[in-house]
Design a protein around this ligand. Sequence first.
Ligand SMILES: [Zn+2]
Ligand SMILES: [Zn+2]
Length: 242
Amino acid sequence: MKLTFWGTSHGLPEKGRYCTCTMLEVGDNIYFIDAGAPLADIMVNHDIPYERVKAIFITHAHLDHSSGLPVFIGMQKWFKRDCDTGYYLPDEFLYNGLHPFFTDRPEESNTKIHPHVYQKGVFYDDGVIQVEAIPTQHMSNINRLTYAFKVTAGDKSLIFTGDLSDEFQDFPEVASKENFDAVVCELTHFSIESAIPKLNAAKTKKMIFNHVRDDKIALLKESNDKLNFSYTITNDGDIIEV
Ligand SMILES: [Zn+2]
Ligand SMILES: [Zn+2]
Protein backbone atom coordinates (compact mmCIF):
# COMPACT_ATOMS: atom_id res chain seq x y z
CA MET A 1 0.00 0.00 0.00
CA LYS A 2 1.29 3.43 -0.93
CA LEU A 3 0.38 6.54 1.04
CA THR A 4 0.79 9.99 -0.50
CA PHE A 5 0.36 12.93 1.83
CA TRP A 6 -1.10 15.70 -0.34
CA GLY A 7 -2.02 17.90 2.61
CA THR A 8 -0.33 17.84 6.01
CA SER A 9 -1.30 21.10 7.69
CA HIS A 10 -3.40 21.59 10.82
CA GLY A 11 -6.68 23.56 10.71
CA LEU A 12 -5.29 26.33 8.51
CA PRO A 13 -3.22 26.10 5.35
CA GLU A 14 0.43 27.05 5.88
CA LYS A 15 3.12 28.05 3.40
CA GLY A 16 3.96 24.80 1.59
CA ARG A 17 1.23 22.84 3.38
CA TYR A 18 -2.34 22.26 2.29
CA CYS A 19 -4.89 21.08 4.84
CA THR A 20 -5.32 17.39 5.48
CA CYS A 21 -5.62 14.95 2.57
CA THR A 22 -4.02 11.52 2.28
CA MET A 23 -4.15 9.24 -0.76
CA LEU A 24 -4.05 5.44 -0.39
CA GLU A 25 -3.16 3.33 -3.40
CA VAL A 26 -3.82 -0.40 -3.27
CA GLY A 27 -3.15 -1.99 -6.64
CA ASP A 28 -5.03 0.12 -9.18
CA ASN A 29 -7.48 1.42 -6.61
CA ILE A 30 -7.20 4.91 -5.12
CA TYR A 31 -8.85 6.06 -1.90
CA PHE A 32 -8.65 9.37 -0.09
CA ILE A 33 -8.84 9.96 3.62
CA ASP A 34 -9.98 13.55 4.17
CA ALA A 35 -10.11 16.20 1.49
CA GLY A 36 -9.02 19.44 3.10
CA ALA A 37 -6.57 20.14 0.26
CA PRO A 38 -7.71 21.44 -3.16
CA LEU A 39 -8.14 17.91 -4.42
CA ALA A 40 -9.32 18.69 -7.97
CA ASP A 41 -6.22 20.85 -8.50
CA ILE A 42 -4.00 18.08 -7.16
CA MET A 43 -5.66 15.55 -9.49
CA VAL A 44 -4.84 17.60 -12.57
CA ASN A 45 -1.35 18.68 -11.47
CA HIS A 46 -0.29 15.11 -10.71
CA ASP A 47 -2.17 13.31 -13.50
CA ILE A 48 -4.22 11.21 -11.10
CA PRO A 49 -7.04 9.46 -13.00
CA TYR A 50 -10.44 10.19 -11.46
CA GLU A 51 -11.71 6.82 -12.65
CA ARG A 52 -9.38 4.99 -10.24
CA VAL A 53 -10.85 6.73 -7.18
CA LYS A 54 -13.10 4.15 -5.49
CA ALA A 55 -13.98 6.04 -2.31
CA ILE A 56 -13.35 9.14 -0.22
CA PHE A 57 -13.58 8.86 3.55
CA ILE A 58 -14.00 12.00 5.66
CA THR A 59 -13.10 11.73 9.36
CA HIS A 60 -15.17 14.74 10.45
CA ALA A 61 -16.91 17.75 9.02
CA HIS A 62 -14.36 20.47 9.81
CA LEU A 63 -13.46 22.47 6.70
CA ASP A 64 -9.77 21.56 6.88
CA HIS A 65 -10.86 17.95 6.20
CA SER A 66 -13.66 18.47 3.70
CA SER A 67 -13.36 21.76 1.79
CA GLY A 68 -11.80 20.13 -1.29
CA LEU A 69 -14.95 18.12 -1.98
CA PRO A 70 -17.25 20.53 -3.89
CA VAL A 71 -14.94 21.06 -6.88
CA PHE A 72 -13.99 17.37 -6.91
CA ILE A 73 -17.68 16.41 -6.97
CA GLY A 74 -18.27 18.90 -9.77
CA MET A 75 -15.49 17.32 -11.82
CA GLN A 76 -16.99 13.85 -11.39
CA LYS A 77 -20.53 15.06 -12.05
CA TRP A 78 -19.81 16.91 -15.29
CA PHE A 79 -16.42 16.07 -16.77
CA LYS A 80 -15.49 12.58 -15.53
CA ARG A 81 -18.81 10.85 -16.01
CA ASP A 82 -17.44 7.31 -15.97
CA CYS A 83 -16.54 7.68 -12.30
CA ASP A 84 -18.22 5.55 -9.69
CA THR A 85 -16.88 6.86 -6.41
CA GLY A 86 -18.36 6.43 -2.94
CA TYR A 87 -18.32 9.42 -0.62
CA TYR A 88 -18.40 8.43 3.05
CA LEU A 89 -19.37 11.31 5.33
CA PRO A 90 -19.43 11.43 9.14
CA ASP A 91 -22.71 13.25 9.72
CA GLU A 92 -25.89 14.73 8.28
CA PHE A 93 -24.50 18.26 8.46
CA LEU A 94 -21.82 17.58 5.86
CA TYR A 95 -24.22 15.36 3.87
CA ASN A 96 -26.77 18.17 3.70
CA GLY A 97 -24.11 20.76 2.92
CA LEU A 98 -22.87 18.78 -0.08
CA HIS A 99 -26.34 17.69 -1.23
CA PRO A 100 -26.72 20.45 -3.86
CA PHE A 101 -23.46 19.46 -5.53
CA PHE A 102 -24.49 15.80 -5.80
CA THR A 103 -28.03 16.45 -7.02
CA ASP A 104 -27.51 19.26 -9.52
CA ARG A 105 -29.36 18.47 -12.80
CA PRO A 106 -29.28 14.64 -12.56
CA GLU A 107 -30.70 14.16 -16.06
CA GLU A 108 -27.54 15.63 -17.59
CA SER A 109 -24.77 14.52 -15.26
CA ASN A 110 -23.05 11.50 -13.74
CA THR A 111 -25.61 9.86 -11.46
CA LYS A 112 -23.30 7.07 -10.27
CA ILE A 113 -21.62 9.09 -7.51
CA HIS A 114 -23.41 9.20 -4.18
CA PRO A 115 -22.80 10.41 -0.65
CA HIS A 116 -23.28 8.06 2.30
CA VAL A 117 -23.36 8.82 6.02
CA TYR A 118 -21.39 6.12 7.77
CA GLN A 119 -21.64 5.02 11.39
CA LYS A 120 -19.23 3.43 13.82
CA GLY A 121 -17.98 -0.06 13.04
CA VAL A 122 -16.97 -1.55 9.70
CA PHE A 123 -18.78 0.50 7.06
CA TYR A 124 -16.80 -0.16 3.88
CA ASP A 125 -15.51 -3.35 2.29
CA ASP A 126 -14.95 -3.58 -1.45
CA GLY A 127 -12.87 -6.76 -1.27
CA VAL A 128 -9.68 -4.69 -1.51
CA ILE A 129 -9.84 -2.55 1.61
CA GLN A 130 -12.00 -2.58 4.69
CA VAL A 131 -12.61 0.56 6.74
CA GLU A 132 -13.83 0.67 10.34
CA ALA A 133 -14.95 3.91 11.99
CA ILE A 134 -13.82 4.37 15.59
CA PRO A 135 -15.55 7.27 17.39
CA THR A 136 -13.35 10.04 18.79
CA GLN A 137 -14.24 13.06 20.93
CA HIS A 138 -12.76 15.86 18.85
CA MET A 139 -16.10 17.75 18.62
CA SER A 140 -17.93 16.18 21.55
CA ASN A 141 -18.38 19.62 23.16
CA ILE A 142 -20.98 20.41 20.49
CA ASN A 143 -22.27 16.82 20.12
CA ARG A 144 -20.84 16.32 16.64
CA LEU A 145 -19.55 13.00 15.35
CA THR A 146 -15.85 12.53 14.65
CA TYR A 147 -13.94 9.36 13.86
CA ALA A 148 -10.62 7.62 13.54
CA PHE A 149 -10.32 4.88 10.90
CA LYS A 150 -8.86 1.42 11.00
CA VAL A 151 -7.98 0.46 7.42
CA THR A 152 -7.21 -3.12 6.48
CA ALA A 153 -5.91 -4.19 3.07
CA GLY A 154 -4.79 -7.79 2.69
CA ASP A 155 -2.28 -8.41 5.49
CA LYS A 156 -1.72 -4.69 6.12
CA SER A 157 -3.54 -2.69 8.74
CA LEU A 158 -3.31 0.97 9.58
CA ILE A 159 -4.89 3.53 11.85
CA PHE A 160 -5.69 7.09 10.85
CA THR A 161 -6.57 9.01 14.00
CA GLY A 162 -8.33 11.96 12.38
CA ASP A 163 -8.44 14.86 14.84
CA LEU A 164 -8.40 14.02 18.53
CA SER A 165 -9.30 15.75 21.78
CA ASP A 166 -6.98 17.88 23.92
CA GLU A 167 -6.49 15.10 26.46
CA PHE A 168 -5.69 12.37 23.89
CA GLN A 169 -8.02 9.95 25.72
CA ASP A 170 -9.66 9.13 22.38
CA PHE A 171 -6.48 7.89 20.70
CA PRO A 172 -7.80 4.52 19.45
CA GLU A 173 -7.30 1.83 22.10
CA VAL A 174 -6.91 -0.81 19.43
CA ALA A 175 -3.50 0.71 18.62
CA SER A 176 -2.08 -0.90 21.76
CA LYS A 177 -4.01 -4.18 21.41
CA GLU A 178 -3.31 -5.26 17.83
CA ASN A 179 -0.23 -5.01 15.64
CA PHE A 180 -0.30 -2.33 12.97
CA ASP A 181 1.85 -1.54 9.99
CA ALA A 182 1.34 2.18 10.46
CA VAL A 183 -0.41 4.65 12.72
CA VAL A 184 -1.02 8.01 11.07
CA CYS A 185 -1.62 10.40 13.95
CA GLU A 186 -2.57 14.05 13.92
CA LEU A 187 -0.11 16.44 15.62
CA THR A 188 -2.09 19.52 16.59
CA HIS A 189 -4.76 19.19 19.24
CA PHE A 190 -3.35 17.29 22.18
CA SER A 191 -0.62 18.01 24.72
CA ILE A 192 2.47 16.01 23.85
CA GLU A 193 3.07 15.26 27.53
CA SER A 194 -0.32 13.57 27.98
CA ALA A 195 0.05 11.65 24.70
CA ILE A 196 3.44 10.07 25.37
CA PRO A 197 2.24 6.99 27.35
CA LYS A 198 -0.32 6.04 24.69
CA LEU A 199 2.05 6.71 21.80
CA ASN A 200 4.69 4.57 23.50
CA ALA A 201 2.15 1.76 23.98
CA ALA A 202 1.10 1.69 20.32
CA LYS A 203 2.13 -1.53 18.56
CA THR A 204 3.05 -0.23 15.14
CA LYS A 205 5.91 -0.64 12.70
CA LYS A 206 5.63 3.00 11.60
CA MET A 207 4.47 6.07 13.54
CA ILE A 208 3.61 8.83 11.09
CA PHE A 209 2.44 12.32 12.03
CA ASN A 210 0.29 14.47 9.76
CA HIS A 211 -2.03 17.44 10.42
CA VAL A 212 1.06 19.08 11.92
CA ARG A 213 1.60 22.43 13.61
CA ASP A 214 5.07 23.91 14.06
CA ASP A 215 4.84 24.40 17.84
CA LYS A 216 3.76 20.79 18.32
CA ILE A 217 6.58 19.54 16.09
CA ALA A 218 9.03 21.42 18.34
CA LEU A 219 7.46 20.01 21.51
CA LEU A 220 7.54 16.49 20.10
CA LYS A 221 11.23 16.82 19.23
CA GLU A 222 11.96 18.14 22.74
CA SER A 223 10.38 14.93 24.08
CA ASN A 224 12.40 12.57 21.89
CA ASP A 225 14.23 11.05 24.88
CA LYS A 226 10.88 9.97 26.39
CA LEU A 227 9.69 8.21 23.24
CA ASN A 228 10.38 4.51 22.63
CA PHE A 229 9.73 4.73 18.88
CA SER A 230 11.03 6.59 15.86
CA TYR A 231 8.62 8.62 13.79
CA THR A 232 8.10 10.47 10.55
CA ILE A 233 6.65 13.97 10.35
CA THR A 234 5.10 14.29 6.93
CA ASN A 235 5.37 17.16 4.48
CA ASP A 236 3.14 17.73 1.46
CA GLY A 237 3.99 15.33 -1.36
CA ASP A 238 5.65 12.74 0.87
CA ILE A 239 5.16 9.13 -0.20
CA ILE A 240 5.39 6.29 2.31
CA GLU A 241 5.13 2.63 1.39
CA VAL A 242 3.45 0.48 4.02
ZN1 LIG B 1 -8.24 19.34 11.48
ZN1 LIG C 1 -11.04 19.08 13.33
